[in-house]
Design a protein around this ligand. Structure first.
Ligand code: PFF
Length: 443
């Protein structure tokens, strides 16, 4: 069977940025920044985005495009024993999908809620009672999963690329609009200060510091979709005419802009209404309804906002399912439909347990965490950094810089800007940093 391909580099860029921009930016970034001291987190995040995120992103794309294979076989093509790096990605993608789809379901619910009613009264209680109930969140989760499968079944240029090309530019425009709207609220200045002004009093010990650094690193990996084989898979459908170097700069930049815009949409409002910036994973669901209730055209903005979050979540979830599907298609010779539906049925089933862990199954703990927290922390804090580490070693030392350069420059067609710096970051800095941050945070 002929391997599918992106119809243009712009299509790839939108799909890759669509994978990167997701719940990680709109739902997670504001609350993680809120829980980790705002400005301090932002500085560390920025540094790690440039020094770890961008070079690893470039590495993944290069490995994918050079082999034109799924994540596992792409790593094997470089070194036969290194398929496990891609394997960790496939497993991690599955873990993420289990809980990602649950939140996708929450977003879907809020979107429809605002379509049928003008506001959400007492948002905190509303959120708690919705997420802890049994049937409703599961039903929304199943609908979300079904939408994702439907798009992945339609393939690369016909499904994933088309959806991303339409929704990503829309998302960017509206999130900026909502951020500007949020900043115009009276009292919102405190929120802007919270995001931009580093407050070092938050860091009382080395443990605090490494805790923040680990969260920032986890967020960089998560937000850029790294270490899960997504960019290897997407890169494998990319033509040699594309300039990988510029792509590796545009994607993090775009991702950062959206994450910042999300922060500016949420934080000023949090402060303007006297809410708690460290409210955790319910932040956007608990705080934004207050904002929309007090805004002109609040209901319409709410519908648009949740619709955009929904699209962002969908374009990311399809990239995760594609990692698994492409492996099953290439390796097991499965038809695209089976390769999409079977893993989706499995992640939907486990996702139901994750959903129930907010209510009926809240007593079940895995290594001290609820089912939902375990499914989210294990890929974020463990699989992604370890995957990133091995990826750097694989590319930097086994594949080697000459091969890497040949791929990045498309055989001499493009200039490899920051070549020596990138080599240093991939071979030395990134692996070392990952090991230090990883172990220090445990100690
Ligand atoms: N980057 C996505 C987000 O920010 O929501 C999540 C994600 C997608 C993580 C794909 C990992 C991945 F492979």
């Amino acid at each position: 069977m002929k391997r599918d391909q992106w119809s243009s580099n712009f299509g790839f860029l939108m799909a890759a940025a669509g994978s990167a921009v997701g719940l990680g930016n709109l739902w997670k970034f504001p609350y993680i920044a809120g829980m980790n001291g705002g400005g301090v987190f932002l500085i560390i995040y920025l540094l790690l985005l440039i020094l770890l995120g961008a070079p690893i992103l470039l590495t993944e794309m290069a490995i994918g495009r050079s082999s034109r294979l799924n994540a596992i076989d792409a790593c094997k093509a470089i070194a036969p024993k290194w398929g496990f790096v891609g394997g960790m990605g496939v497993i991690g993608a599955f873990f993420i999908l289990c809980y990602y789809s649950v939140i996708g379901g929450w977003v879907l619910k809020y979107f429809f809620k605002y379509i049928v009613s003008s506001e959400i009264k007492e948002p905190e209680q509303y959120f708690e009672s919705f997420t802890s109930s049994v049937a409703e969140p599961i039903a929304w989760h199943v609908i979300f999963a079904a939408i994702v499968v439907f798009i992945v079944i339609r393939g690369i240029s016909g499904g994933i690329e088309k959806v991303s090309k339409i929704f990503l530019p829309l998302l960017a425009a509206f999130i900026v609009l909502i951020a500007v709207n949020g900043m115009l609220l009276p009292g919102s200045f405190e929120g802007v200060k919270f995001i931009l002004k580093p407050d070092f009093s938050h860091i009382k010990s080395a443990g605090d510091f490494f805790g923040i650094v680990l969260s920032a690193m986890g967020q960089v990996f998560f937000s850029l979709s790294l270490g899960m084989g997504t960019l290897i898979t997407y890169g494998s459908y990319l033509s040699k005419d594309s300039n990988l170097m510029t792509n590796s700069l545009y994607i993090p930049l775009f991702d950062l802009i959206i994450a910042l815009a999300a922060c500016f949409a949420v934080m000023p409002a949090v402060f303007a209404f006297g809410l708690e910036p460290s409210a955790g994973s319910g932040l956007i669901f608990k705080t934004l309804p207050h904002v929309f209730a007090n805004m002109k055209f609040g209901r319409i903005l709410a519908v648009i906002f949740f619709l955009l979050v929904l699209f962002a979540a969908i374009t990311s979830a399809i990239s995760l399912l594609e990692v698994i599907a492409s492996y099953l298609i290439d390796r097991m010779n499965w038809h695209r439909i089976t390769a999409s539906v079977v893993p989706a049925a499995a992640f939907t089933a486990i996702g139901c347990l994750a959903s129930l862990s907010f209510g009926k199954l809240s007593h079940i703990k895995i290594f001290g965490s609820s089912i939902f927290d375990f499914l989210s922390e294990f890929p974020d804090k463990i699989l992604m950094p370890i995957g990133g580490f091995f990826l750097c070693i694989l590319a930097g030392y086994i594949w080697g810089m000459p091969n890497f350069e040949k791929e990045v420059t498309s055989g001499g067609k493009y200039t490899f800007h920051f070549k020596r710096l990138t080599g240093f970051l991939i071979k030395i800095f990134a692996p070392l940093m990952i090991v230090i941050i990883f172990f220090a945070s445990f100690i």
